[in-house]
Design a protein around this ligand. Structure first.
Ligand SMILES: Cc1cc2ncn([C@H]3O[C@H](COP(=O)(O)O)[C@@H](O)[C@H]3O)c2cc1C
Ligand SMILES: O=C(O)c1cccnc1
Length: 350
């Protein structure tokens, strides 16, 4: 995989441009950091200094998959809710639909492997629904590998294809979201497997399970981790991954390979990003962390990237909601980078 680290030869010019804006140096805080990152990504794509940042066709891909571990009662909801929420996404009624509408984000919903497929007549009527199923939910990873190596490879390929399709259609900022009852269990197991951190520090209450369920969730994850013998991302995905998670890893890798920024949502999308980063360490250059989730374990995950997310709204929903909410900040960063007057232009002297 050919993912180049961002060439920092443009960095000085970018910082100089930002520092010439009519404001005290650094006064736009993290907006300056994100503008610099977007400008560096744009410069690398063009192989020349980018004097403007254009965000075109920002698109949210919401990947859905079911998890065999749901039978253990590690969520407040049964697996049926994954499919019910997919229908809600299709019909436009979920939080992610509202935030995409609010912020002019195109939304695609992907069945990466929910238990029961969506009916044909619904599929035909809704072009923003895409089916690329890896199976009817994963195996219960407390007892056996979640999926086969073939499914991992196919999932990475599916994720890549859908990301490249959006990019070919003019999207230059990918927003990722997910739906999958019990997927905080998978994400926590991934975090523990990659960092070797204490399971207690990786596992949280997800949708809001009670303390007894939380103890059970931790025990099951401990059990699964005994089968994990390395930090190889493919092995970890096979053992404890999810069909939506593996497709997000593929989408992240493909976006970075195309020189496109990816706006990361909460705990589960961040776990996919950590796996992608394990496959290729240059990935981090292309990631923008939208928000700090209330899921305990997310801070530890963000620490792996030294990331300071843009928002902290105590969200713990997923679906891509935190990322969709952060998009206006990226748009604002682009506007100030492109349009804000320099000291010279405005005749301001300090
Ligand atoms: C109605 C409903 C809508 C959701 N939308 C996202 N999630 C979120 O909750 C799930 C992860 O939490 P856990 O591991 O505890 O199941 C994922 O589906 C995630 O996207 C939802 C969960 C529910 C119940
Ligand atoms: O941070 C998230 O993505 C999250 C947290 C809890 C439940 N679902 C998703």
């Amino acid at each position: 995989m050919n993912i180049s680290p961002l060439n920092t030869k443009y960095s000085d010019a970018i910082i100089a441009k930002i520092d010439q804006k009519t404001k005290p140096p650094g006064a736009l805080g993290q907006l300056e950091t994100v503008a610099a990152q977007l400008a560096l990504i744009a410069s690398n794509r063009k192989s020349k200094f980018a004097n403007t940042i254009e965000i075109t066709n920002p698109t949210a891909l919401v990947f859905a998959g079911d998890h065999g571990i749901s039978v253990e009662g590690v969520s407040i909801a049964p697996s049926d809710v994954t499919r019910q929420m997919v229908l809600n996404f299709i019909y436009g009624g979920a939080a992610i639909n509202c935030f995409c509408r609010a912020n002019n984000i195109a939304l695609k919903v992907i069945d990466a492997g929910i238990i029961q497929p969506i009916e044909n007549d619904i599929k035909i009527q809704h072009q923003h629904f895409i089916e690329q199923r890896l199976g009817a939910g994963t195996n219960n990873f407390a007892e056996q590998a979640a999926m086969t190596k073939t499914q991992v490879k196919q999932g990475l390929a599916y994720g890549k294809t859908i990301a490249l399709t959006q990019i070919e259609q003019g999207c230059n900022l990918l927003i990722l979201g997910e739906m999958g009852i019990s997927n905080t269990s998978a994400a926590a197991a991934i975090l523990a497997a990659l960092t070797k951190a204490n399971v207690d520090d990786c596992v949280g209450s997800g949708t809001g399970i009670d303390p007894k369920q939380l103890i059970h969730k931790k025990q099951l994850i401990e059990q699964a981790l005994t089968r994990i013998s390395s930090t190889d991302a493919i092995h970890i995905l096979e053992q404890v991954g999810g069909f939506e998670i593996v497709q997000m890893v593929g989408a992240i890798l493909a976006s970075a390979e195309s020189g496109i920024a990816v706006l990361i949502d909460g705990f589960i999308v961040s776990a996919a990003a950590l796996l992608a980063n394990q496959i290729n360490e240059n990935i981090a250059d292309y990631l923008i962390f939208s928000h700090q989730s209330d899921e305990s374990g997310h801070q530890l995950l963000l620490n792996q990237f030294n990331a300071s997310p843009l928002l902290n709204l105590n969200l713990r929903l997923g679906e891509g909601t935190g990322a969709a909410l952060a998009l206006p900040l990226l748009v604002a960063a682009a506007h100030f980078y492109n349009d804000m007057a320099s000291f010279e232009q405005a005749g301001v002297t300090i």
